[in-house]
Design a protein around this ligand. Structure first.
Ligand code: GTB
Length: 217
């Protein structure tokens, strides 16, 4: 059955991997699954056809036969459960990998999003300068805890899993800020994720959509 995901017709980051279709593409590449991409404009995101797939009018979505999913975490978990390569076979190790997937989304991503929003949407507010140190400290506190867990290991729980895929995806959002580099073991962890051939394929596919088209002069 054909898998179709949605992605931005024009990503605000120019296709540099920050939009959340990247994590879905990466999971599909790790799982060796071919997929098609339907590009959606910002206007079309809020129109009935897309809202029928995604109640909040966002990307990514995932369609396969009669199944339609939204939320990158649910999509990555579905892919990981359907195909080998992203979850261990051992039941306990599998449950721990899923814990890390949830930890990435519900414990590590929120302060990072708060920071991104503070920078992008609130920097012109009179209280922004006073608030920013608090927001950055919340990110640093999480990263300190995550770095303490990772220690010198390559991945969060022995072998690479969907939990690492999601954690690396979440941490990547921090790179432009320089905060990630304050934690060299986490910066190296993210680099290990990006070095995976499946990640490179996912990144290249997203970038290709956003690359400037050659003009005939
Ligand atoms: N919790 C949902 C999930 O994980 O799937 C969140 C989905 C979501 O926020 N999607 C965003 C979206 O569709 C794209 S990823 N936004 C459009 C809208 O709300 O109208 C967020 C994102 C977008 C762009 C960048 N960037 O260019 O740097 C980074 C992150």
């Amino acid at each position: 059955m054909t898998i179709t995901i949605t992605a931005f017709e024009r990503s605000p980051d120019g296709g540099k991997g920050l939009a959340r279709d990247t994590r879905v593409r990466w999971a599909l590449e790790e799982a060796g699954q071919a997929y098609e991409v339907r590009l959606v404009s910002f206007r079309a995101l809020k129109e009935p056809a897309h809202l029928a797939l995604h109640p909040f009018g966002k990307i990514p979505t995932y369609e396969e036969g009669e199944l339609a999913l939204f939320e990158s975490g649910a999509i990555v978990l579905h892919i990981a459960e359907q195909h080998a390569g992203l979850l261990p076979r051992d039941a306990n190790a599998r449950a721990r990998a899923i814990s890390w997937l949830f930890a990435a989304l519900s414990t590590v991503e929120p302060p990072i999003l708060e920071f991104a929003n503070a920078k992008l949407l609130e920097s012109d507010k009179p209280w922004s300068q006073d608030r920013m140190p608090l927001v950055v400290d919340r990110v640093r506190d999480r990263l300190k805890q995550l770095a303490a867990h990772l220690g010198a290991a390559d991945w969060l729980d022995a072998a690479f899993s969907a939990g690492d895929l999601m954690m690396v995806s979440v941490l990547l959002r921090l790179r432009p800020s320089g905060i990630l580099d304050e934690f060299p073991t986490l910066a190296a962890y993210v680099a290990r994720g990006e070095a995976r051939p499946a990640y490179a394929r996912a990144f290249a596919a997203q970038l290709a959509i956003n690359a400037p088209k050659p003009t005939n002069v």
